[in-house]
Every structure is written in structure tokens, then in C-alpha cells.
Design a binder for this molecule. Structure first.
Ligand SMILES: [Zn+2]
Length: 250
């Protein structure tokens, strides 16, 4: 299309008015054909004939929202989803509405989007339905991965806060992720999947360390002693991975 238009404009420049006149009808007919072809290609591929609502249905779907939240679960592999997000934004950026055929009187292509610039020569409706399928399949994949990992990390459940544990136990019991994913669940999952460092504290050692030197003290001394014990226990450890555990009574 673009080539034929380029030849057409060259022809207009090269021909003298006498030569041009007999050809005028033919040229006009080629121009008309080009305009019509371009207009339809534009409308079918990036313009009003594309069902753009289908794309907003994909990005507005509960599944897509859940993926956007789950993306923050460190254990999951995000590569495929990031690809989908990029493809969605690339496709959405092609959308060009209110194109008028008259623009082609003075321009070879649409002045707004320059179609076919950036267009991958693939039917957008087809691209949208493929993205929709990808979103569903990534969700299925992530859900299965998480359910399997919940089993693998079951032993870590005891180190979560009671609220976090409840959230995870609901997922384990139902064998499904909830209808909507809240940040609190994402945090609980990240905490569960952390390679935790368990620091055990025995009550005897704890009490002895605090009260060894004196059994009565002011608050500041009490506070200092506890801090000193804790520092000794966690020294050299990654504090975000440390969980303090009450040791079995010796
Ligand atoms: Zn356009």
C-alpha cells in the first residue's frame, strides 16, 4: 500500500501537465482505491472495527486482577505474565479511533498512529483472544504451583502469625486461591515461603539471662538485658528470616 502511494506521488511530480492530464483519471482511480484499502485496513486492524472492549474485558477480569496481585509472590516465575502485560499494553497503544478517510487526501498514512507502524500484521481480535487464553493458563499454572508449594512448606505454617496462618489454611482447605487476592495473603505467602532461620529460646536460659545479676531492676535495665539476649541470639542472621521459637521445655 505504502509503496503504491509512493510511486503515485512520484508520478505526479515527474509528469508534465500535458502528460499528466490523460493519466489523471487513472491516477485518481488508483488514489481512490488506495484510500479505500488503507481506510479499511486501518479500521479493521487498529480502528473502530476492532472489538477493543474485549481487551478491556481481559484486563478488567478477576483473573487478571488476581495475577497482578500474585505477581508480588516472590516464589512465582513472572516471565510469562510480564510478557503478557507488555503485549497488552503494546496492543492497546495501537488503538486509533476517529480516523477520517479525508486525512488521506494530504497524507499517505493516518496522521495520528501512522498505521501500519508498530502493527505486527496479526488480526487484533485474534491477538486479544490469545492474550485471554494466556492469562487463564498463567493463572492455572500459578495456582497449581502455589498449592504444591503450600504442601512443601507446610512445616513453616507454625511460624506465621495467627492471622497469616488462617489465610493460608483457608487456601489449603479449599485447594483454591480465593476469589480476590488481598495484599495480606501475598504477604503471608511470602513469609511462608521464606527460608526461615529458627532461633530457639529456652525459658530457663531467657529468665536466667535477665535475672542473673539481680532479681529486681528498673525498666531500662530490664529492657537492655532482653535486647542483649536477643542480639546474641540473632547475630549474623538475616532478621527478616528470623523466627523466634520457644524451645521445648528442657
Ligand atoms: Zn490511526
Amino acid at each position: 500500500m505504502q509503496d503504491s502511494f509512493a510511486i503515485l506521488s512520484d508520478a505526479e511530480k515527474l509528469l508534465s501537465p500535458e502528460d499528466f492530464n490523460p493519466l489523471l483519471g487513472k491516477l485518481q482511480s488508483i488514489r481512490k482505491k488506495y484510500k479505500s484499502t488503507y481506510f479499511h485496513a486501518h479500521e479493521n486492524n487498529v480502528g473502530g472495527k476492532v472489538d477493543w472492549t474485549k481487551l478491556t474485558q481481559v484486563t478488567g477480569s478477576a483473573t487478571y486482577h488476581k495475577l497482578r496481585k500474585l505477581k508480588n509472590v516472590e516464589l512465582l516465575n513472572k516471565r510469562k505474565f510480564i510478557e503478557v502485560e507488555n503485549q497488552i499494553s503494546a496492543l492497546a497503544s495501537l488503538q486509533c479511533s476517529s480516523f477520517k478517510v479525508d486525512i488521506l487526501d494530504k497524507n499517505v498514512t493516518c496522521t495520528k498512529c501512522g498505521f501500519p507502524k508498530g502493527f505486527k500484521n496479526e488480526n487484533p481480535d485474534f491477538q486479544i483472544s490469545r492474550l485471554d487464553e494466556k492469562v487463564r493458563s498463567i493463572y492455572e499454572d500459578w495456582e497449581n504451583t502455589l498449592l504444591a508449594e503450600l504442601e512443601n512448606y507446610r512445616g513453616n505454617l507454625q511460624y506465621l502469625s495467627p492471622d497469616e496462618r488462617t489465610l493460608i489454611e483457608v487456601v489449603i482447605r479449599s485447594s483454591h486461591l480465593p476469589e480476590s487476592i488481598e495484599d495480606s495473603l501475598v504477604i503471608a505467602l511470602n513469609n511462608l515461603f521464606r527460608e526461615l532461620e529458627i532461633v530457639e529460646v529456652t525459658p530457663t536460659l531467657f529468665l536466667e539471662s535477665v535475672f542473673k545479676e539481680s532479681q529486681v531492676m528498673d525498666y531500662r535495665t530490664f529492657d537492655d538485658r532482653i535486647k542483649k539476649i536477643m542480639q546474641k541470639l540473632v547475630t549474623g542472621k538475616d532478621l527478616s528470616k528470623v523466627r523466634i521459637k520457644l524451645a521445648q521445655q528442657e
